[in-house]
Design a protein around this ligand. Structure first.
Ligand SMILES: Nc1ncnc2c1ncn2[C@@H]1O[C@H](COP(=O)(O)OP(=O)(O)OP(=O)(O)O)[C@@H](O)[C@H]1O
Ligand code: SF4
Ligand SMILES: [Mg+2]
Length: 342
């Protein structure tokens, strides 16, 4: 008789420590002088357990895509560590980086821009396998056909071109391409934002099914808390280059400890019509400040409905709050519910 081990071992696959990505801001055409820095990612830390999904939310310009692009080393980070399976991606180059990069893939927001229109979808899906020499031409062709099936597309589509497909189908093709070299970690950067509402659920369901099937770990980026709710185990909320709150999904929705999270939650419709009628939307004043001139003290103070004098001077620490692994950066985190719930 075989014994089945039902205990779930959790292992940290990715641990990001104090990651910064600052882009130089230059002036002058010939002699370029650096006149400042765009602090797109400004000292963030988080970790993701193998097989789980971390949702990353925040408004446009908060630095979500820059995190994704830095994690897969499209950029060389300004500072910090990216520990993937205990190897620091931030500090390796050349062949070792190329080898480990195979284990991380990114699916982009716009399936119209991310698939080269001059190639057949078969060659687009096969390209990463050719780059990493994963098999003979025949084996790669077979796997391409198999991948089309896995993402719910007909194998006979293999020699067609991207323009023959809808947005949802293109995103399936992009997902097949990302999965072709058996990654362990997938960054999905707003994978359904550019799609019609009617096909969003199908693509989200596909991502969830693939996660189970291939034991994938996800970083799922979205500006919309209602999308992340369905897919994430934990959620990190980002504001102007920093994570301001991170918690287990249900905890974040029911007991947020940062006013910005509370504001984002107030925009999420509630399915129960009685509760929905009572929902009070909190509208933020002003625009997101520029990441070139980040406000001193708490970077959210220029728009925070709870700001006090101390917030303009002292940056709040990102510290543990009550609840499992719940962290937030706010001087008044224990007052968020009573102040903003009305
Ligand atoms: N290569 C770059 N050089 C200079 N600035 C950049 C670069 N990439 C991004 N930025 C700036 O960094 C900030 C964060 O951009 P990013 O694209 O990461 O935000 P985002 O959260 O993904 O926004 P969105 O929801 O609109 O996709 C923005 O102010 C952006 O203009
Ligand atoms: S520290 Fe102050 S400004 Fe910042 S989020 Fe908390 S209350 Fe608002
Ligand atoms: Mg983005």
């Amino acid at each position: 008789m075989t014994t089945v081990n039902t205990s779930v071992e959790s292992k940290t696959l990715l641990a990001v420590r104090n990651l910064k990505m600052h882009f130089p801001l230059t002036q002058g055409i010939v002699l370029q002088r650096t006149i400042g820095y765009v602090r797109a990612v400004d000292g963030i830390s988080f970790s993701i357990e193998q097989g789980s999904t971390l949702g990353l939310v925040g408004e446009s310009g908060s630095g979500k895509t820059t995190i994704g692009r830095t994690l897969i080393r499209l950029y060389k980070p300004t500072e910090g560590q990216i520990l993937f399976d205990n190897q620091d991606l931030a500090h390796i180059e050349g062949e070792p980086l190329r080898q480990i990069r195979q284990r991380l893939q990114m699916v982009f927001q716009d399936p119209y821009a991310s698939l080269n229109p001059r190639f057949t979808i078969g060659s687009l899906i096969a390209e990463p396998m050719h780059i990493y020499h994963t098999g003979s031409a025949e084996e790669i062709r077979e796997r391409t056909i198999e991948l089309l099936r896995v993402v719910g597309l007909r194998p006979e589509y293999v020699d067609r071109y991207p323009h023959e497909f809808s947005g949802g189908q293109r995103q399936r093709i992009a997902i097949a391409r990302a999965l072709s070299i058996n990654p362990e970690f997938v960054i999905a950067d707003e994978p359904v934002s550019a799609l019609d509402v009617s096909v969003r659920a199908q693509v989200l369901n596909l991502l969830q099914r693939l996660q189970q099937q291939f034991h994938l770990t996800y970083l799922f980026v979205s500006h919309d808390l209602s999308v992340v709710r369905h897919i994430a185990d934990r959620i990190a909320v980002m504001y102007l280059g920093k994570i301001v709150e991170i918690a287990d999904r249900d905890e974040l929705y029911t007991a947020p400890k940062h006013p910005y999270t509370r504001v984002l939650l107030s925009a999420v419709p509630i399915p129960d019509p009685v509760v929905e009628r009572k929902r009070q939307r909190i509208i933020l004043s002003g625009d997101l400040p520029s990441p070139v001139n980040i406000p001193r003290g708490c970077r959210f103070h220029t728009r925070c409905p709870m700001a006090q004098a101390i917030c303009r001077e002292v940056e709040p620490a990102f510290e543990a709050k009550e609840g499992r692994e719940h962290y937030a950066a706010c001087h008044f985190s224990d007052k968020v519910e009573q102040e903003l719930l009305g």
